[in-house]
Ligand binder design. Structure first.
Ligand code: LCS
Length: 393
């Protein structure tokens, strides 16, 4: 059976792996900045594209290529472009499509800096943005202008856990000939494959679920078609947004266990979310696996599971949330998410603090919202940790 027909866990382990002459079971780290040409002619052929030999690591590297091929296979895309960070992946896409006089439509709840750069840096390049609640498809349609070049969404959104209908957004985008970009970081391809649902470009912060071990920062963009792939790759190479081979090696190691890590954490997340929803000190919980989530039915349809991210608010707002966070003993009080360890953080004062309060509130990021990334520790220990900290509130 061809690799294309393998199941997703098999692809995580085998897709894109190099045939190593020494028989290594893992992809070797080609820690080299440059690569020898066989001859002057060969060098010229590498540059002209007549040979697929490697030239220079900013342009391409065998270890990085193995990761790019693996992730493109998981997302059912044409090709992957690995980057130094998730933000580098986002900026690759922005720069590939947006210039002087252009416009982007985007969901109002995004990872803070994904919106922050669009509001602080891109206006200097003459790019305008409109932020809307993309959960209402009509809002996307209404925001499109003749100069709109990109529609950009994150689903589930960080940190509101709001869910956007990818197929519906893609239908609107394509009617206007605009590419749809989906940040799939909160799901990973194990739980959601936006390209299969109609998106043109998918990106990830690899720092999160895909690497999963809190030991690197990285990103990737995966394009459905060659034309998008080439456009984005051109930016990555020429802006110097490339990944390092050692980073790629660690992500290749991490992605192999993505499926079992998510399965384990997700089982716990469902129970943690129910525990929180029934706790008298908790005002509300947003988790796609709970029937109380406003887009519960859409989540069931679009995602292969509800994931491991939970947003909730403790009664008493931020002051109570602070007591909770200061008293967690097992979960780390730290930003980032999707790792083996449980993490807790407060978006309004941490990841989304640079967004003005009125814009935060409009996007549903209330001052009392606490974000919990469920890890793969034993469920009883995670709940005991929350229980003892909530008792102090
Ligand atoms: N996209 C999403 C959805 C993210 O959550 C993040 C980082 C990024 C992109 C950027 O990726 P990076 O450059 O950090 O690899 N999210 C973070 C968070 O929620 N806490 O710390 C980082």
């Amino acid at each position: 059976m061809s690799e294309k027909h393998h199941g997703i866990n098999t692809k995580m382990i085998h897709a894109g792996q190099l045939e190593d002459p020494m028989g290594s079971a893992t992809v070797p780290i080609y820690q080299s900045s440059t690569f020898k040409f066989k001859s002057a002619d060969h060098g010229a052929q590498c540059f002209s594209g007549d040979s697929d030999g490697y030239i220079y690591t900013r342009i391409g590297n065998p270890t990085i290529k193995a990761l790019e091929d693996n992730l493109a296979a998981l997302e059912n895309g044409f090709g992957g472009i690995a980057t130094a960070s998730g933000m580098a992946a986002i900026n690759c896409v922005y720069l590939a499509y947006l210039g002087q006089g252009d416009h982007i439509v985007s969901h109002n709840a995004l990872y803070g800096p994904a919106r922050g750069v669009m509001e602080s840096i891109y206006p200097r390049l003459g790019v305008a943005c409109t932020y809307i609640d993309a959960a209402i498809a009509g809002n996307i349609r209404d925001a499109i202008r003749p100069n709109t070049r990109l529609i950009y969404i994150e689903t589930p959104a960080n940190p509101t856990m709001g869910i956007i209908d990818i197929a519906e957004a893609a239908a609107i985008a394509h009617k206007h000939n605009i590419p749809l970009v989906v940040d799939n970081t909160f799901c990973s391809p194990y739980l959601q494959r936006p390209l299969d649902l109609g998106a043109d470009i998918v990106l990830h912060s690899l720092t999160k679920f895909i690497n999963g071990h809190a030991d690197i920062v990285g990103g990737v963009v995966i394009a459905k078609e060659a034309a998008h792939y080439q456009k984005i790759r051109h930016i990555m190479v020429n802006m110097g947004f490339n990944m390092d081979p050692h980073q790629a090696f660690l992500v290749i190691r991490g992605v192999k266990t993505l499926g079992i890590r998510i399965e384990k954490a997700q089982q716990s997340a469902m129970k943690v979310a129910s525990y929180l929803e029934n706790h008298p000190k908790v005002a509300w919980v947003k988790y796609p696996g709970l029937p109380s989530h406003p887009q519960y039915e859409l989540a069931k349809r679009q995602m292969d599971g509800p994931g491991t991210m939970i947003s909730f608010e403790v009664k008493g707002g931020y002051e109570s949330g602070k007591i909770l966070m200061d008293n967690m003993k097992l979960a780390l009080l730290a930003v980032s998410l999707g790792g083996v360890e449980s993490l807790i953080q407060h978006p309004a004062s941490m990841t989304h603090s640079r967004l003005p309060k009125d814009k935060r509130e409009e996007a549903g990021i209330t001052d009392g919202l606490v974000r919990f990334s469920v890890g793969i520790e034993d469920l009883e220990d995670i709940i005991a940790d929350l229980d003892q900290a909530l008792a102090k509130v």
